[in-house]
Design a protein around this ligand. Structure first.
Ligand SMILES: C[S@@+](CC[C@H](N)C(=O)[O-])C[C@H]1O[C@@H](n2cnc3c(N)ncnc32)[C@H](O)[C@@H]1O
Length: 355
């Protein structure tokens, strides 16, 4: 992209899409914090101490967020993917999701106070999903199980990350582009495990519209949402399945991706899932894991990583931040290639060794 006019047009399109979006979610975060402050004052300072804020960490976060956006734009300019369309929906959809988000906050807060983490484990759900799965992750209403939870999820995640969750997800695309380079996309095959509402697969299809892709997730409601979100694309299959037993033959696909899922799994399940990914990859195939930074990746953020699971119900996060992923992957014949940081997340790249 050497032509200065098309370069300018790209930058303008990128900015007009991303900046209002970030302002929208940062605005939600601001209002959410103000509401929390009001509740805190009503309850009295001693009932709930004010969360600590460190200006130095805030500055770092802002700088790392800016670096993420620069990288996102650089990837576009390098032709790795087109100027991203986040497909957040119409203004009405956005307002409706916003209403869902704010309406849930008192219930989330109440669950946090009571440490109520197992509301979704009941006579109807027991035994239908693994025990670890039947929790109110993030203290959210419905856990992973309801339509409302699926419709609310992306707003929650974007608010948490100030509108950069999708930009972080897109940082898993460059190592995919590397793996796909020189191949006919129609003959490749990708599986996204724990695909949730399908946001990452949307960006995969924006880059490779004719790539056959399978998304799987244990939540019926999230898969239904993903089907609606991804209906503009062909050659995409979305199924309810457990990543501990991926419904695909051995050595049958070129890439497996997992976005923001591993920190939600108990350690033994996490390792089984990595083993499953290795099993379905063909020799030379690529596994891309994208999730939170781990302890020690950015020492400045270690305190934040320590506090995160106390505020949001994240029962396996502490084991995630200390997991030695290269060692786990090696056990399954996956060679660690590199890690790339992306704001508060990172992308880990592994290749299945031949033979
Ligand atoms: C934090 S969400 C991440 C969703 C999505 N990948 C994203 O980018 O936002 C975790 C997802 O993992 C799914 N999940 C958790 N355990 C799973 C398992 N064993 N098999 C398949 N999906 C699972 C949940 O249903 C949920 O949709």
């Amino acid at each position: 992209m050497s032509d200065p006019f098309s370069r300018l047009a790209t930058r303008l399109t990128y900015a007009t899409r991303q900046l209002p979006r970030m302002a929208w979610y940062a605005g939600h975060l601001y209002v959410m914090r103000r509401l929390a402050e009001q509740v805190r004052q009503q309850e009295g300072e001693s009932a709930r101490p004010k969360p600590r804020s460190d200006p130095r960490i805030d500055q770092r976060l802002n700088a790392d967020m800016a670096a993420l956006l620069e990288q996102d734009l650089a990837n576009v300019e390098a032709g790795i993917y087109p100027v991203p369309a986040d497909h957040d929906g119409s203004l009405l959809t956005l307002l409706d999701r916003s209403r869902l988000f704010f309406r849930d906050l008192p219930d989330v807060d109440d669950r946090r106070k009571r440490n109520a983490t197992r509301e979704v484990l009941n006579a109807k759900t027991r035994g239908r999903r693994p025990h670890y799965y039947l929790q109110n992750f993030h203290f959210q209403s419905g856990g992973w199980l309801t339509e409302e939870s699926a419709d609310r999820y992306d707003t929650q995640v974007e608010v948490l990350f100030r509108g950069t969750a999708n930009a972080m997800r897109r940082q898993a695309l460059p190592p995919l582009a590397e793996a796909f380079s020189g191949h006919d996309q129609r003959k490749l095959r990708l599986i996204d495990i724990g695909c949730g509402t399908g946001r990452f697969l949307d960006f995969v299809k924006q880059a490779w519209p004719r790539l056959p892709a399978l998304g799987l997730d244990l939540s019926e409601a999230y898969i239904r949402h993903a089907r609606r979100h991804l209906k503009r694309w062909s050659r995409i299959n979305l199924i309810v399945a457990n990543a501990e037993a991926i419904p695909a033959p051995d050595n049958s696909c070129d890439a497996v991706t997992s976005i923001f899922m591993l920190h939600e799994l108990p350690p033994e399940v996490r390792r089984t899932v990595i083993g499953e990914a290795a099993r379905v990859l063909r020799p030379g195939g690529r596994l891309i894991l994208m999730d939170s930074l781990q302890r020690g990746d950015e020492p400045d953020y270690d305190g934040m990583l320590e506090r995160f699971p106390q505020h949001y119900h994240e029962p396996y996060y502490q084991t995630y931040v200390s997991e030695d992923f290269p060692a786990v992957a090696r056990r399954y014949g996956l060679a660690h290639r590199r890690d790339t940081k992306a704001f508060v997340s990172k992308v880990m790249v592994f290749d299945k060794e031949a033979g």
